[in-house]
Design a binder for this molecule. Structure first.
Ligand code: ADP
Ligand code: MG
Ligand code: MG
Ligand code: MG
Ligand code: MG
Length: 442
């Protein structure tokens, strides 16, 4: 509305903003932006800004490439690491087509569409992702290495070193950008960290995931280090996950909690879990979108391999934490932070709603350590595995009508193109492991 625009313009003026970044996301969840001087903001807020989408990954359309960015005023934030005298603010934008319709290749619009489906049933989808990352040294030329910055351990008391200082800086910057930080700690592996922020409605949390990664990478760079969210930067030590806690609420009340049910878990929650398990293989394409993602999904490093759920153990794909009441939730442990959070959350809510609409009960919970079961025992219990590669995951996506419909054909076609291109690229490369393994023996 006009009043909202005037209010926004007044705030931008009061904040002494000089440049505004209009941010949007490609299909990989990589933020793109167009910078505009502050005098253009009124036009951007009222009419939107035209861009050429043809060179954006996953955007290209044959018929038309001109698109419009429409800033979401709720996403206004100052970038706290920019100098105050050249203040930069950003908006996250929705992408519209030439015909002024939401662009079907815009991941944010895909998430919105799926959240609307949940809203039709009265549900709000709440997500709480745990973001992990490695901090590595840069070499003399400024290139990222895989050399550790620190040798701390899980929850170690902060040794005063560069990585701890960086983590504190990231926490401060995110706090200034409206995050409610719940915890930050050293992770299991050397040089690996986690920062948790309070869960919220899925759209704003997806925005926050993008902002988080962008802020962490920027602040690491400014401090001469490199922050990476890749899933498995180093073999044989823990990879990097993005466990995603999810719950549904109705009229502000968590509908996963039922004080009278077994374990106080409602039917709706069981159906949600049933839906996530049914669609787990296709969801891997969204939550684990790189070749490298599948090097994390192996036994022995706290990442799931089997499609199971449990209230007790952390080897399950879905864990139900002990907290109840408003904190009743299901933790999906398979995704990693290379995912596009908009597409992952869209897939999760579509899978959950399928479970709810069709009353899909999950199989019995697996409360033993799955890795201690023999193949035969697993087979008897009907326990299936997550896909072992990006191509397998993409094939699973193509077989899954519910998830394909949730994403729409434009996204599915582009994800498929990307998976095939990545796989071809990988196969055209001879990796150091192969040389080491074969050059002398054969
Ligand atoms: P873990 O025990 O797996 O390490 P954390 O404590 O690190 O889990 O993270 C828990 C996440 O779950 C936080 O982001 C938190 O805000 C979120 N969370 C808490 N309650 C809910 C809820 N009802 N719905 C969704 N997420 C929630
Ligand atoms: Mg955690
Ligand atoms: Mg924790
Ligand atoms: Mg962790
Ligand atoms: Mg967790």
């Amino acid at each position: 509305s006009d009043a909202k625009v005037s209010e926004m313009l007044a705030r931008i003026k009061a904040d002494n903003v000089k440049f505004v970044r209009l941010q949007f996301n490609d299909i990989l969840g990589i933020p793109k932006n167009v910078a505009i001087p502050v005098i253009q903001v009124e036009k951007a807020l009222t009419e939107g800004i035209w861009i050429d989408g043809s060179s954006i990954e996953g955007f290209a359309r044959i018929d038309e490439s001109d698109m419009i960015l429409k800033p979401d005023m709720d996403t206004y934030q100052i970038l706290p690491w920019r100098p105050a005298d050249k203040r930069v603010a950003r908006f996250i934008c929705d992408v519209y087509t030439y015909g002024n319709k939401p662009f079907e290749g815009d991941p944010r619009s895909v998430l919105k569409k799926n959240l609307d489906e949940a809203a039709k049933l009265g549900y709000t989808f709440n997500c709480g992702p745990e973001l992990e990352f490695f901090v590595f040294k840069r070499d003399a030329n400024g290139q990222a290495t895989t050399e550790f910055v620190d040798h701390g351990g899980y929850f170690d008391l902060a040794p005063s070193d560069a990585a701890e200082d960086l983590r504190r800086e990231i926490v401060l910057a995110l706090t200034e950008m409206g995050f409610e930080i719940e915890a930050s700690h050293h992770e299991v592996a050397d040089s690996q960290h986690e920062i948790d922020f309070k869960y919220g409605e899925a759209l704003s949390v997806a925005d926050k995931v993008i902002t988080f990664k962008f802020a962490a990478k920027t602040l690491a760079l400014m401090n001469g280090m490199h922050a990476t969210f890749m899933a498995k930067p180093i073999g044989r030590i823990n990879g990097t996950g993005m466990h995603t806690h999810g719950s549904l609420s109705k009229d502000g009340k968590n509908v996963f909690f039922d004080p009278n049910a077994e374990n106080q878990l409602s039917d709706v929650m069981l159906y949600y879990i049933g839906g996530l398990m049914k669609h787990a293989k296709a969801l891997a394409r969204l939550g684990n979108p790189t070749i490298n993602s599948y090097k994390r999904l192996v036994p022995g490093y706290e990442a799931p391999v089997y499609i199971t759920w449990s209230a007790a153990n952390r080897s399950a794909m879905i864990r139900v934490p002990a907290a109840r009441g408003n904190s009743t939730r299901a933790e999906l442990r398979s995704p990693d932070p290379t995912c596009n959070p908009y597409l992952l959350f869209a897939g999760m809510i579509a899978a959950g709603l399928d479970g709810i609409k069709n009353k899909i009960l999950p199989p019995p919970a697996t409360d033993v350590n799955i890795y201690h079961l023999s193949d035969e025992e697993r087979k008897k219990r009907g326990i299936e595995m997550l896909p072992g590669s990006l191509i397998e995951a993409n094939d699973e996506l193509l077989k899954d009508k519910v998830i394909c419909d949730a994403l729409g054909p434009h996204i599915v076609e582009n994800l498929t193109k990307i998976a095939i291109a990545e796989n071809d690229e990988f196969r055209l490369t001879v990796h150091p492991w192969e040389i080491e393994r074969y050059i002398n023996n054969f």
